[in-house]
Write a protein that binds this ligand. Sequence first.
Ligand code: ZN
Length: 106
Amino acid sequence: MDFLNGLDSDYIIILVFAYIFVAATVAKLGSTREVGGKKTLFYSLLLTPAYGLYYVYHSPAKDTLKIAHYRCPECGLEYTDGYSHCPNCKKEGKRVRLRKFYMRTY
Ligand SMILES: [Zn+2]
């Protein structure tokens, strides 16, 4: 009986290691994605590697750049510099707050 119990705990240890190994493999995949390896590892360990894989699959590739743009709702001009108010409208004496948005570049 003791022998059997010993076998069971070994089996559990192997399962745990296999689980961590699979989670780490998924995390390695995640590191090439925008989600990142650490976050993927966290989700893989917590919510199974299958979920982690799903998470990686739906995350965009890392080489996509997120560039912040600022658009003026008044004149429609776009800026990439971090102005808080539209310089174009400022010339006309209006203080128009720019709206920040992100554009993806591949
Ligand atoms: Zn403007």
